[in-house]
Design a protein around this ligand. Structure first.
Ligand SMILES: NC(=O)c1ccc[n+]([C@@H]2O[C@H](COP(=O)([O-])OP(=O)(O)OC[C@H]3O[C@@H](n4cnc5c(N)ncnc54)[C@H](OP(=O)(O)O)[C@@H]3O)[C@@H](O)[C@H]2O)c1
Length: 393
């Protein structure tokens, strides 16, 4: 494999740091050209000193002097800030591959810029496809940008469809760990704290995706992501709760065959495959010890206990601006929950209220999507001002 020149959007996050761990394991294959963060200057400074990229970007220009003061004298990295900086990192001439690992809707425009520049995209930022899946996939086709999934489920599906005919694909089984509250009685949900919800049983992840996993909204966002990425209608995507997180997803074919991709839950495997597939890197991740696994179990998700998943199904089926509204309302809900401004059970109530109030636009362009996103954030904060603040159910 020829050397890959990489930008990491969201380098200081969980996926960003795992990507750098892969780059560090294979220095002859991966050259880090640009790194971005929001405001985690300490971690970014350490990454710049280690990888000496051409460009590094933070959100606020006010942090540039402090960042520069932390860099080794030999470092020649250009430092930029703000949205124009993220776009520059996403489209750098020397870069062929962009790892899209910012969290939330903030990832959409830089990822779209990378797509339009014809880069190969290793996509972790599922919000990009949730908000603007049709538009981004159409732009990728137009600009010759290849989008490789980083989400472990989508990586599994991608690996299971390689070498098979698309017209033979009958169904996708998207697996979910079920999160930390799978076995918690519903009556206790109003008492769930952010600390409880951040403790994911099988994956180590950033705060937002950890909360999304606890509400199962993450699985809903993944259904929308899969529908766009693999061009499969929602009714052919089934969510299965699989608490062991060994089967990362499965694909069923018209002859009744089912292909599963398995492995220990370690995001480095999916990241490495997104960067190097079909070649497989020696990541040193062990193969599961199947004799030590007592059983692999699968069950249907409980949509009454986890209404966020039902709301995501609704947004996926309706399409238009509804998925962008779902995403924006969810981002506000998660932020408010982490600040104790709404309770765990109020998150789906808030999202449902915003979805219901929205006047859906069909076939939206980017302007309509961004407008719906802004409208939904505003509506969500208004809902919180009127209803939040307590632990009511
Ligand atoms: N973590 C996982 O295992 C996992 C698995 C599958 C998919 N994903 C997806 O990957 C994405 C990243 O997840 P994560 O867990 O790595 O998140 P994370 O740990 O919270 O990291 C997020 C990264 O994005 C940056 N960032 C946050 N807000 C930003 C903004 N407004 N503008 C620019 N940069 C911003 C952060 O910078 P600072 O550090 O400076 O705040 C950080 O570098 C999400 O879309 C998630 O759904 C994650």
């Amino acid at each position: 494999m020829a050397e890959k020149n990489i930008t990491i959007l969201g380098a200081t996050g969980s996926i960003g740091r795992s990507t750098l761990a892969i780059a560090e394991m294979f220095p002859e294959r991966f050259r880090i050209r640009a790194l971005t963060a929001k405001d985690n200057i300490d971690v970014l400074a350490d990454q710049i000193n280690r990888f000496q990229p051409d460009l590094a970007v933070i959100y606020e220009s006010g942090g540039i002097d402090r960042l520069k003061s932390m860099l080794d004298p030999a470092v020649r990295t250009e430092i930029m800030s703000g949205k124009s900086g993220y776009e520059a990192a996403a489209t750098l001439d020397s870069v062929d591959t962009v790892v899209s690992a910012m969290v939330g809707g903030a990832g959409l425009l830089p990822t779209l810029a990378a797509v339009r520049a014809g880069k190969q995209i290793a996509l972790a930022n599922k919000e990009t496809l949730v908000m603007a899946g049709e538009l981004v996939m159409a732009e990728a086709a137009r600009c010759g940008a290849v989008i490789r999934p980083v989400d472990s489920e989508h990586s599994a599906i991608f690996q299971c469809i390689c070498g098979n005919r698309r017209q033979d694909l009958a169904k996708i089984f998207l697996t979910a760990s079920g999160g930390p509250f799978r076995n918690l009685p519903r009556q206790r949900f109003p008492l769930i704290t952010p600390k409880d919800a951040l403790a994911h049983p099988t994956w180590q992840m950033g705060a937002k995706i950890s909360i999304d996993s606890a509400t199962l909204m993450n699985k809903g966002l993944e259904v929308i992501e899969a529908a766009h990425l693999f061009d499969v209608p929602r009714h052919r995507i089934e969510v299965l709760v699989h608490p062991q997180s060994i089967v990362h997803s499965m694909v069923a074919y018209t002859d009744g065959s089912v292909m599963a991709q398995m492995g220990l839950p370690d995001m480095k495997a999916a990241i490495a495959y997104a960067l190097s597939g079909p070649e497989r890197l020696e990541t040193k991740i062990p193969v599961p010890d199947f004799t030590a696994l007592n059983s692999l179990t699968f069950e249907a998700p409980d949509l009454e206990k986890f209404p966020c998943l039902k709301l995501a199904f609704r947004a996926c089926e309706s399409g238009g601006t509804l998925p962008a509204v779902l995403n924006a309302a969810n981002e506000v809900a998660v932020e408010a929950f982490l600040k104790d401004a709404v309770s765990f059970v109020q998150m789906p109530q808030l999202i449902e209220s915003v979805l219901t109030a929205h006047e859906r636009v069909a076939g939206p362009d980017m302007e309509a999507i961004l407008e719906a996103d802004q409208w939904a954030r505003h509506a969500a904060w208004q809902w919180i001002a009127a209803n939040g603040g307590g632990k009511a159910s």
